[in-house]
Design a protein around this ligand. Sequence first.
Ligand SMILES: Cc1cc2nc3c(=O)[nH]c(=O)nc-3n(C[C@H](O)[C@H](O)[C@H](O)COP(=O)(O)OP(=O)(O)OC[C@H]3O[C@@H](n4cnc5c(N)ncnc54)[C@H](O)[C@@H]3O)c2cc1C
Length: 296
Amino acid sequence: MKALVLAERSDAARELAAGARTMADEVVLVAIGGLEVADGTADKIIRIALPADAVYDDAYATVISVFDAEQPAVILAEPTRHVKSVVGRVAAHANTSVITDVMSFEGVGARSLYFGGVAERVQKAAGDVAVYTVGAGAFEGAEASGANAVEEVAWVAPASAVRLVSSKPRALSGVDLNKADVVVAAGRGFAEEPELDLARALCDKLGAGLACSRPLTEGVDWLPSELYVGVSGLMLSPKVYVACGISGQMQHMVGCNRAGTMFAINKDKNAPVFKQCDYGLVGDVKDVLPALAAAL
Ligand SMILES: Cc1cc2nc3c(=O)[nH]c(=O)nc-3n(C[C@H](O)[C@H](O)[C@H](O)COP(=O)(O)OP(=O)(O)OC[C@H]3O[C@@H](n4cnc5c(N)ncnc54)[C@H](O)[C@@H]3O)c2cc1C
């Protein structure tokens, strides 16, 4: 049985390839646009170079040609916006559906969230080809392997290409949250944008990355949307997660509940986050964060 892996980030490619190894005899990684691939990731790396005027999503037509040539029984994809756009169209071509946001595999079933994360279900692929988008941490302990034999395929122009109107560099936070050992996350407990400096000061002391809940990105726009954690954002598995002024709604917590150790700071002793953390501190972020930063 053959598995195809599609990922935008090198770490995710390796993790999904390791997971694919537990399901298939042959693991083929599709590397679009110069993705760096670590040694021993997959049996075969199929490289797709992006033409200068093309965007990532346009690679779907080439990936469909790869799918036709390779005939995989399973596809594992990283749940980024671009990869989802590509894999959705590959699944439509294969006359199958995508089982999204898989958190773990149980025999032939895949456990994932639905209704925006308020419920879980286990699904089994209906067709001949199983297509999954899989979050970080689903294949803990699995080891990637393979000769990384490289094959380059010709670009297949999509029937309706995305027209790039303009682009501009994005301000990055400096820390890749997917790789950070420690993440400090801010929620609506921060009443005003300048209060986020308290979380930033704690990040500096801990060498942590700053993340947030979704309300801090959408609507108020205090932080970029790339930084919010949860069912529709980042799925993280850091060693330590510090949830500050976050209530603990399921939609947020599914993105961080794989953390090794979870700390929560909230002024409401009944906040749901206290039932989900390892260590809880009842207090106001305006008092607790400066005290913590000073003590460290
Ligand atoms: C389809 C769908 C998808 C969603 N996806 C996501 C997602 O991916 N990620 C996400 O984060 N959310 C998501 N949401 C939103 C989610 O349901 C919650 O509304 C959101 O996570 C709440 O954010 P919060 O915990 O920061 O805010 P709140 O729920 O308002 O909690 C704020 C907390 O701060 C505490 N607090 C207030 N003041 C202080 C203070 N001074 N000091 C300490 N504590 C204080 C309060 O006691 C409260 O517990 C989604 C919702 C839907 C419907």
